[in-house]
Design a protein around this ligand. Structure first.
Ligand SMILES: *[C@@H]1O[C@H](CO)[C@@H](O)[C@H](O)[C@H]1NC(C)=O
Ligand SMILES: *[C@@H]1O[C@H](CO)[C@@H](O)[C@H](O)[C@H]1NC(C)=O
Length: 453
């Protein structure tokens, strides 16, 4: 269907392509060489290297994309430039040969810095979410480009205004663009080739609306709405990619060890609202013999924080990289939240590796402690799960903590990934977001606002 419909505009593209290609060739390659007569030597290329000069385009392969966006690039080129080149090649190739896949002529611009950080090896919560989003786009066959500045986003949008479905930006950029009616957002008089605001989505980790058009245009990594935290649009993420790359350690082969979720040693000070004191940790060691693993950056005693108060029986790894972290976590019997950081992906990694999670409840209604609606816990979404997966334990509750450790050890779990975090679920939600008629939605919002006065 989409391929057929595309045929109507294809002849336009044939003419337009050469022009577009020359412009973009200039813009893209301008950053890589200062020579006005560019010559590409492509090591190991099966064809003679194509050449390109300012006055003449001589093409020795018949693929425009290969000529204008050659790969490999000069050493030191940013990884996203390489990925963009590959994406341009396949898009141009399919446009030329009239065989684009259903979603290939739908473009998503990845402007949030977290997408680029993924390619630089970032593994923070935002980057894990970004990686999952890139994977989902790839699986659905959408075309996507990384952009590294508002100017580049603008320029790419203007190359393919009709094909760009969505621009995913950081929240500050959503705000900035929206108010820049000359250089960014569409304005009938001042910027008729600008980006329509309804195509701009904030890629924001928390539950507050972070887009000038409100919560619907704010994408969320978690289903915050389900726990009454606003109405941002739930995209979500999958951690399966990293978890499945890690061997599952049978419980019989695991040491009697728990992993403590705390990125910084200051999370072990009373000043940072720690969930458990050393006395509580030690009581669990006395009852079960458990030893604690800690992989945290030491930010104590040199900055504003006092000495960390640590359990008696622990091994500290200091700051560790992702692969060591996964290896250690996969050998644990239980993961223990220290109170901080909030809503991290780590407990999901743990569950996937067969490690239950002790989720500290930091605030609650003292009259009615079981009323979850009043809880503030380290992981507000995982509150919804029950043992043997998640043990919600009140801060400073010594007995509850010891019992949770005992239960976690005696009720080992198999790998568990919540259904809504599986890749097909992510793809389904992402597809629905990208296919929604956001222009209409924005018009409705405006009407509603006018009615309310
Ligand atoms: C953290 O660093 C401080 C300052 O270098 C040092 O005095 C302290 O012993 C360290 N803490 C741990 C638990 O290693
Ligand atoms: C194209 O994307 C839609 C969602 O937008 C999805 O339902 C469909 O399966 C995708 N097509 C292919 C071939 O992946």
């Amino acid at each position: 269907m989409a391929v057929l419909a595309y045929g109507h505009v294809a002849s336009f593209y044939r003419i337009g392509l050469v022009f577009i290609a020359i412009c973009t060739g200039w813009l893209w390659m301008g950053g890589m060489s200062s020579s006005p007569n560019l010559r590409f030597k492509i090591p190991g290329h099966p064809h003679p290297p194509p050449s390109f000069s300012s006055s003449r385009l001589s093409v020795s392969t018949n693929k425009l994309g290969d000529v204008l966006f050659p790969v490999p690039l000069s050493t030191g080129a940013s990884p996203w430039v390489r990925d963009n080149h590959l994406m341009f090649q396949s898009l141009f190739d399919c446009l030329e040969s009239f065989d684009c896949h259903a979603n290939q002529t739908k473009i998503v611009l990845l402007a949030s810095m977290h997408f680029r950080f993924v390619l630089l090896g970032g593994v923070g919560g935002e980057q894990i979410w970004a990686k999952s989003t890139i994977d989902a786009l790839q699986n659905l066959g959408y075309t996507y480009f990384y952009t590294s500045s508002p100017g580049q986003t603008m320029q790419l949008y203007q190359m393919f205004p009709g094909l760009v479905k969505a621009v995913l930006v950081d929240d500050e950029e959503a705000e900035r663009c929206f108010h820049d009616t000359e250089g960014c957002t569409f304005s009938e008089e001042k910027n008729p080739t600008g980006i329509p605001p309804w195509k701009v989505f904030s890629f924001a980790f928390w539950s507050n609306p972070a887009n000038p058009l409100g919560h619907q245009w704010t994408l969320a990594p978690e289903n915050y709405e389900r726990i009454g935290l606003g109405h941002n649009t739930y995209l979500g993420y999958s951690i399966e990619f990293a978890c499945r790359a890690q061997p599952f350690i049978p419980h019989s082969k695991r040491e009697n060890q728990a992993y403590i979720l705390a990125k910084l040693l200051s999370f072990f000070t009373p000043q940072r609202d720690r969930a458990w004191s050393p006395a509580i940790f030690d009581a669990a060691t006395t009852a079960t013999g458990i030893q604690y693993m800690i992989g945290a950056t030491n930010d104590t005693l040199q900055g504003e924080w006092p000495a960390a108060e640590l359990p008696s029986n622990y091994i500290g790894f200091g700051r560790i990289g992702q692969s060591v972290f996964f290896d250690k976590l996969s050998r644990a019997r239980v993961l223990i939240g220290m109170g901080n950081p909030f809503t991290s992906p780590t407990p999901y990694d743990a569950l996937c590796l067969g490690v239950p999670f002790i989720n500290p409840v930091l605030q609650w209604d003292k009259e009615n402690p079981s009323d979850k609606s009043q809880w503030v816990s380290q992981h507000s979404l995982l509150e919804l799960l029950e043992p043997p997966y998640v043990y919600n334990v009140f801060k400073d509750d010594l007995e509850g903590f010891v019992k949770a450790i005992q239960d976690a050890i005696s009720h080992p779990i198999q790998s568990f990934v919540p259904e809504q975090m599986r890749m097909p679920s992510i793809e389904r939600r992402l597809g629905a977001i990208l296919e929604k008629d956001w222009q209409r939605e924005a018009a409705l919002q405006t009407l509603l606002k006018q009615e309310r006065g």
